[in-house]
Ligand binder design. Structure first.
Ligand code: NAP
Length: 453
């Protein structure tokens, strides 16, 4: 049998695990995978992005646990590619490196007032309620009657829904205690979601839209006038196979329904863009403009009409998409915010590959990353078969290098200790887990087992 191929996968979210799985399934050559993550915990957005009340979606982590149990798999948490270990060092240690780092920041709106306290990227809000250790100090002030969420994707819907959940709905989730407290105690009466285009162009998906109508503590309000379509949207709806049609039916039901007088109102508005976020030292209002839709280069785009309105609000969440960031030592496409690649082979970089959002941009559901990662692994294995993966370095291991550098890495057993501690803390409270959210606690718990194993 040939010597195993040694591959480093950087980023332990879905794309990383799917890539690791596809690699570890290879028999000829056999492959060993070291999966590296800057956090002490694996699973990326499955742990820190998927909404806590979507426990069934988070259950995909069970498949990742199976991958981690395969021979040849190792996890190195608390290791940041670029600072703990450079790309060049990885190329010396491994036959190939696969980057699956996702899209680590948010896109900006480009309107005045965007940086006022109380105006946040939705990505930060999501990271906060999910217990990301870098976002626990963020002070999300929910002491307001109205929150405005800008954007019409599933992340916007997640934020809207989380803000509307009742104490009973939050209780069985792994939402962090501070967030539960803030959401439940908030005097919030209205959550407004702004779509810059019309209902037919909305990016959210029907199950997520439908869920809003099933909440115990919030009515969903849609203005029937927003469902009167321009000819281009009408045509697009007729051509649509599923998503827009189903979304539109659900929105019609909402528009026809009398509000039940629940404590909070979710107001879905369309054809509306923010012009400015206003306030003295903090968010106090948002100025919005009515849009109309026009066709431009075969695409239906929003154009402001000049009709403006100011909405008082104390918090603005900007949910207009995630954005990939450049990695030291790697090429980057500044326009698309991805690593330039051909089916996962990084352009102009030897033995380097990418998969997931950093390869194709922030789109699709978790499962989309499987096909994407498999495509990348196929290129990698083809290159191995063609003799293109020739390592220059003199061997050694990542573990030795990290110990030399004094990097306090967390292995998979360390993560299992964190996982067990969190589950044990959740059990008496009827919750799946109570997350460890502080770096020192995560490292301390992860280290205990690493040192005795
Ligand atoms: P997304 O689906 O790309 O939605 C982004 C939204 O922001 C779009 O409605 C877009 O409108 C709007 N937008 C962009 N720039 C804007 C601007 N300047 N002003 C106003 N609106 C603007 O992104 P996402 O919601 O971040 O989700 C990322 C991916 O994760 C998606 O594939 C999503 O389905 C997935 N996800 C899935 C789930 C789930 O399955 N439950 C949950 C969360 C996320 P335009 O269309 O006009 O550009």
């Amino acid at each position: 049998m040939t010597d195993p191929l040694r591959v480093a996968v950087v980023g332990s979210g879905p794309a990383g695990f799917y890539a690791a799985d596809a690699l570890l399934k290879s028999e000829e050559p056999p492959v060993e995978v070291d999966l590296i993550d800057r956090l002490p915990t694996p699973w990326g957005l499955v742990r820190l992005g998927v909404a806590p009340d979507h426990e069934n979606i988070k259950a995909v982590s069970r498949a990742f646990e199976k991958t981690a149990a395969r021979p040849g798999f190792r996890f190195f948490g608390n290791v940041e590619a670029g600072s703990s270990v450079s790309h060049e060092e990885l190329l010396e240690l491994y036959d190939a490196v696969v980057y699956t780092v996702g899209a680590q920041t948010d896109r900006s709106l480009g309107v005045p007032g965007e940086d006022l306290p109380g105006s946040w990227p939705a990505t930060a809000f999501v990271a906060w309620y999910n217990g990301h250790p870098d976002f626990q100090e963020h002070a999300f002030d929910l002491d307001t009657k109205r929150v405005v969420v800008v954007g019409n994707g599933n992340v916007a819907i997640d934020c809207v829904r989380m803000l509307a959940l009742t104490a009973e709905e939050l209780a069985p989730t792994d939402t962090v205690d501070d967030a539960i407290d803030a959401i439940v105690k908030s005097p919030l009466e209205e959550i407004v979601m702004l779509g810059r285009r019309g209902p037919v162009q909305a990016a959210f998906t029907p199950p997520e839209l439908q869920e809003l109508g099933e909440l115990a503590g919030a009515d969903v309000i849609v203005d029937p006038a927003d469902l009167e379509l321009d000819p281009a949207s009408k045509n697009a709806l007729e051509q649509d196979r599923e998503r827009a049609k189903r979304n539109f039916e659900i929105l019609r039901e909402y528009a026809a329904k009398e509000p039940e007088g629940k404590p909070r109102r979710i107001v879905l508005r369309f054809l509306t863009s923010p012009l400015a976020i206003l306030g003295e030292g903090k968010v106090e209002a948002i100025e919005i403009v009515k849009n109309e839709l026009v066709e431009e280069d075969g695409r239906i785009v929003a154009r402001p009409t000049g009709e403006t309105e100011t909405l008082e609000c104390g918090l603005v969440l900007r949910s207009v998409g995630y954005r990939g960031v450049p990695l030291p030592g790697l090429p980057f496409d500044e326009r698309a915010c991805v690593i330039p690649n051909d089916k996962g082979r990084v352009t102009g970089a030897e033995r380097t590959y990418c998969a997931g959002w950093i390869k194709r941009g922030p789109s699709g559901v978790i499962g989309t990353n499987k096909k994407d990662a498999v495509e990348t692994v196929e290129q990698l294995l083809a290159d191995a078969a063609a003799g293109k993966l020739v390592r220059q370095g003199g061997g050694g291991s990542l573990e030795e290098l990290l110990r030399e550098k004094g990097v306090d890495f967390v292995e998979y057993e360390g993560w299992q200790a964190i996982d067990a501690a969190e589950r044990a803390a959740g059990e008496p409270r009827g919750r799946p887990r109570v997350k460890l959210t502080a770096w020192d606690k995560l490292l301390e718990t992860g280290r205990k087992l690493t040192s005795t194993s």
